[in-house]
Design a protein around this ligand. Structure first.
Ligand SMILES: NC(=O)c1ccc[n+]([C@@H]2O[C@H](COP(=O)([O-])OP(=O)(O)OC[C@H]3O[C@@H](n4cnc5c(N)ncnc54)[C@H](O)[C@@H]3O)[C@@H](O)[C@H]2O)c1
Length: 248
């Protein structure tokens, strides 16, 4: 097991990609704080981990809220003893054109998709610094942070921010032994903000199939384990090869 004696926080872990990440880290021996705005979802995933012999707690919080973030970090340390790993998985999308998105919609997407990784990074990194023996942070970005899209504006801007937030966090936290990296997925399972997998969702990639949440979990496990100990401030595309393809 690669993560024995480690404690991990995974945000937005109540379903889809975050859920798969929480299960994968727990399967490698980490104790996992499963965080979600939807408390029932968080509890269900934590219960599933426990039923499989792992250790987990479910926490209900809006990770765009600074007081809630402080509270969930304190609750994790109280219940599980420490924090070694943070996976910033939460995001919401606007799915809007610039001529129709409102300022309020822009603000909420930026607060959740870019602001939450900052807040979670700040308070978890402080805990890791206080512990004194390093840590690993993975921000879930997106191929949408690298390209313009016709039907998403704030989300694409926020994800571009997540990618460079990752680099600055990596630069600023390296002296504390905290490695910060990101992954950029493309079309994994169901779209952001939706529960249902849509088999008609067009996917054109080198893999010839849609990505699965488990594909993301495997990449995150690599980036939080000792297998990636020389990988610092990097982005890993886990996109079936989409970013390598010529647009036709
Ligand atoms: N699904 C994709 O195709 C895809 C593609 C590229 C990148 N990503 C990225 O992967 C990550 C996960 O995406 P997903 O599709 O699994 O998302 P999802 O919408 O299925 O699940 C997100 C979870 O986060 C929770 N959440 C939302 N706002 C929250 C908040 N403020 N505080 C706490 N919890 C909150 C939701 O309740 C939900 O359970 C996101 O960062 C997303 O941008 C997804």
């Amino acid at each position: 097991m690669k993560l024995e004696h480690k404690v991990a926080i995974v945000t937005g872990a109540g379903r889809n990609i975050g859920e798969a990440i929480a299960h994968r880290l727990a399967g490698e021996g980490a104790k996992v704080a499963v965080v979600d705005l939807d408390g029932a979802r968080a509890e269900k995933v934590a219960d599933g981990i426990k039923a499989g012999g792992g250790a987990a707690i479910g926490l209900t919080a809006d990770v765009a809220d600074e007081d809630a973030v402080k509270g969930l970090v304190a609750d994790t340390v109280a219940a599980l003893g420490r924090i070694d790993i943070l996976v910033n998985n939460v995001a919401i999308s606007d799915n809007k054109h610039i001529l129709e998105i409102t300022k309020a919609e822009w603000d909420r997407v930026m607060a959740v998709t870019l602001g939450a990784p900052f807040l979670m990074g700040k308070y978890c990194a402080q805990q890791m610094v206080d512990q004194g023996d390093g840590g690993a942070i993975v921000n879930i970005a997106s191929t949408s942070g690298w390209r313009g899209r016709p039907r998403a504006l704030a989300y694409t801007a926020a994800k571009g921010g997540v990618i460079n937030l990752t680099r600055s966090m990596a630069v600023q936290l390296a002296s504390h032994g905290i490695r910060v990296n990101s992954i950029s997925p493309n079309k994994i399972g169901s779209p952001v903000g939706k529960q249902e997998f849509d088999p008609t969702r067009p996917v054109k990639n080198l893999a010839g199939r849609p990505g699965a949440p488990e594909d993301m979990a495997a990449a995150v496990l690599f980036l939080v384990s000792g297998d990636s100990q020389f990988v610092w401030g990097e982005n890993l595309f886990v996109d079936g090869g989409v970013m390598a393809m010529e647009v036709s």
